[in-house]
Design a protein around this ligand. Sequence first.
Ligand code: NAD
Ligand code: ZN
Length: 344
Amino acid sequence: MKAVQYRKVGSRPEVVEIPVPEPGPGQVLLRVEAAGVCHSDFTVMSWPAEGFPYPLPLTLGHEGAGTVAAVGRGVTAVAEGEQVAVYGPWGCGGCRQCATGMENYCTRTAELGVVAPGLGAPGAMAEYMVVDDPRHLAPLDGLDPVVAAPLTDAGLTPYHAISRSLPKLVAGSTAVVIGVGGLGHLGVQLLRALTPARIVAIDLAEEPLELARRVGAHEVLRSDEHAARRVRELTGGRGAELVVDFVGAEPTVRTAAECVGIAGDVTLVGVGEGRLPVAFGAVPFGVSVAAPCWGGRAELLDVLALGRSGAISVHTETFPLEQAPEVYERLHHGDITGRAVLVP
Ligand code: NAD
Ligand code: ZN
């Protein structure tokens, strides 16, 4: 089968031919119908050889959806032919975090060597993939796999990221979304679907800002040194109740700190190099800063339900698996609007 692999540190991803895997006891084999292309992969592929955390070659893709092709011995929760999305942040299943469904915060992954698909384990950018346990599958129930795949990360991560701030996002409040790419364009829609807050979207380019407007942002701003002041003006000087930074670079983290209001939330999702100094007096009184990772299993079911109901819609550009290397290049150059999805 064809697979997109990162084979050597510093090289470009390649499309290669590898054997179709077989599901072991308790595992599930999926015929992949869609695999989302996340900016995080680019970060992984920029890490140096020294200390590189995953064995290579690595089949990429941590956003997957498809049809169950075969089940391993003992699997009863799903059956051949069912369409499913893959919950990616695999945990041990037994620690307290995992017991609540928040496997993204599993406390035993390092100790047990549990890794996520596409981020250590063979991922979704292939014709087939093995899922370690049926609990890591969510039924599509009619949702298009091309829509479902991005929802497993580009939808789930913003959903989890904004969840802690929902009580603050009352009528008259303001939520700022920085970076309206794969995650950000769903972040805007989730805020719109779940809160009455006014949404301000910030990005560098016209296309993402246009998309932001189309999917529900009330105001859009260019990302520059004036953005924070504009947010203050829009909020009568108060600042925003929530700033979610889907970039995490030095300038965006600074903007976030400058436009959050008293007792507001700054939530850093993007994995740029930006650092936010947090100390008494360095941010407005009562500001809370979080750096969440991905989301929980129940949250994925919520996000898929929102997709099914039409409350959120994924803006996708689809490509054949073979084009993965150039799709990554385009993503890196800001040349994808919404989410790129590979269709094997
Ligand atoms: P993307 O490339 O689809 O979108 C990024 C967007 O940010 C683009 O629209 C781009 O124009 C915009 N942007 C870039 N620099 C900017 C700046 N200085 N100011 C304003 N906007 C700017 O990326 P994505 O796949 O949506 O991922 C977004 C970030 O989230 C990445 O850093 C990714 O690694 C990270 N991520 C984090 C988690 C997590 O769990 N914390 C999960 C998935 C992705
Ligand atoms: Zn665990």
